[in-house]
Each structure stands twice: as structure tokens, then as C-alpha cells.
Design a protein around this ligand. Sequence first.
Ligand code: NDP
Length: 296
Amino acid sequence: MSAQKIDGKAFAADLRGRVSEAVKALPAQPSLAVVLVGDDPASHVYVRNKIKFTGETGMRSIERRLPATVSEDELVDVVRALNDDDAVNGILVQLPLPKGLNSDRVIAQIHPDKDVDGLTEASAGRLLLGKSGLRPCTPTGCVMLAKDALGDLTGKNCVILGRSILVGKPAALLFLEQNCTVTIAHSRTQNLEDVCRSADILVPAVGRPEMVKSGWIKPGACVIDVGINRVPSIKRPGKFRLVGDVAYREAVSIAGSITPVPGGVGPMTIACLLRNTVLAACLQNGWAVPDIIAGL
Ligand code: NDP
């Protein structure tokens, strides 16, 4: 038997379509400000994609490009000015920042109501306390894909493999919000394979290529692979290919449903960022969130 493939690319395209519909239903056009510092080529590609999709969903994007030589205080001033600008609904500071700039201090400046990446301490606190707020994008995408595959997640055993601030911890809280029984596993977890095998929903977010083998997966489980790892291509020497944290080829014969890499969780991140921008605009203006994007 082969697992159902959870098509994150298609789901993300559908979500972007729903975001477009939601934007049309709003009294005014939401806007997303992206702050890009320095010349990191990967960051430039990410920002280009974010700007492209922002436009495609009918929202306005505002760019602030700064040289790697910018001082931390100047960067903080740019973020604060965006906070004060009523025409800006969402603020995203592309990470990593160049060496010498303290990303924690810069991120901390973002007003929580404009924190579309969900990375500030205030957003993390709202999530922990179960208060409404903007949730981190990748973990939100994981929950959406699991719900798409399984429906109601109530009572499911969910194992998150990884405890990072960016993915593991918020993912654990978001699955808890869905009434899952959540276990967070990490590098010091004992009997890791057994812990993973107890999962109805397994969410590896480790960054180790194909670490999770088929024997770690409970037959029929839903596997949401967050890992994105570049490994040398066997077919094309000198080139790289992307693999997840799960040994996909063997896992498909045991899992009930599984996300591929690429084309699984990855595309959900930007789609959730766009959704967060609409949510932020609604929050700031007291607008009702359009039903089409309201639930997870
Ligand atoms: P981090 O490196 O910050 O965290 C990795 C986590 O994995 C840590 O909690 C670590 O445990 C745990 N870990 C490492 N080795 C082991 C091991 N041998 N056994 C068990 N646990 C282990 O990574 P991120 O959370 O930022 O990212 C994880 C992966 O997700 C990466 O591949 C990244 O590229 C990908 N990613 C994908 C995104 C997407 O859009 N799809 C977005 C963000 C990330 P400990 O805390 O004990 O050290």
C-alpha cells in the first residue's frame, strides 16, 4: 500500500486563491512591508517570491532594501517607522541578518499586530496563552496540511521532532490548540524511534536528511515533513537535490499520508504569510475576517 501524498503545493495555491478572494471582500487593500538587509542571494530569492505573491493576491508590497553596512540603530528606526505607518499592515524582516546585526533586537521592535511572521515575544506569548494573534507561518502550514489529510485532529497523538523557536515549539502549541496530545522530541530524547512510532501525526523538523526511516513510523500515520536539506545529487554530479527529514521512498509504504519534499510544507510558508497579512489588516482595522480564510 502506498501513502496518500499530501500536496502542499496545490494546497498553498488554493490558500493563495482564497487570500485573493478575501482581499477583494475587504474595505481596503492590505499591505506587506518587507525589510531586506544586505546581499544574501537566498534571501533575495525569498523576498522576490514574497513580493510576487503579495502582488498576485491583490495586496500592496512595500520594500525597504538596506545595505549590509546599515547600523543596528538605523535598522531599528526603519522598523519603528513601519510600525507607525498606518498604510502598513504587515512587517517582515528577512532573516538571517548580516553579521553584526542583532536579529532578536530588530525583530523585537515589530508591533505584534503587524508581526506577520509571528516571531516576536508578544506573538509567542499570545500563542502560549491561547490569545488571538498572528501565528508563525510554517507551523500553521503544518496544521493546515494535517487537517486536510485527517479532518478533525482531536485526540490524535502528535509527535513534533525538534524544539526550535521557529518551528518545533510553536508547532507543538498549534497542534495542542487542535486538541492533539503532543509530545516534543529532540536530540536528548530517549528511545526516539519508539516515541516517533507512537505518533498518529509525526512532524519532523530537525534538518537531518532522511533521518526518519520507515521503522519509525506507525502504520497509517500522517507524516508532515518540515525538513529541507540539500544533498549531493547522485544522477547529476556537482548538483544538489532537496530531501526532507524523512526517508520518503521507504516511508510511503508505511505512512497513511505524507508530505513530499519539495512540494509539501515549503510552499505553505508564504501562503500563510499572505493569510497573516490579511488577518493583520483585519485586526488593525476592526474588520471581520472573511470566512474563506478564517479557520485553519
Ligand atoms: P533547528 O536547527 O533550529 O532545530 C532543529 C531541532 O532538531 C532541534 O530542536 C534539535 O534538538 C533537533 N535535533 C537535531 N538533531 C537531532 C537528532 N539527531 N535527534 C532528535 N532531534 C534532533 O532547525 P529549524 O527548526 O529551524 O528547522 C528544522 C528543519 O526545518 C530544517 O531542515 C529547516 O531547513 C526546515 N525548515 C523548513 C521550513 C519550511 O518552510 N518548510 C521553514 C523553517 C525550517 P536540540 O534542541 O536538542 O538541539
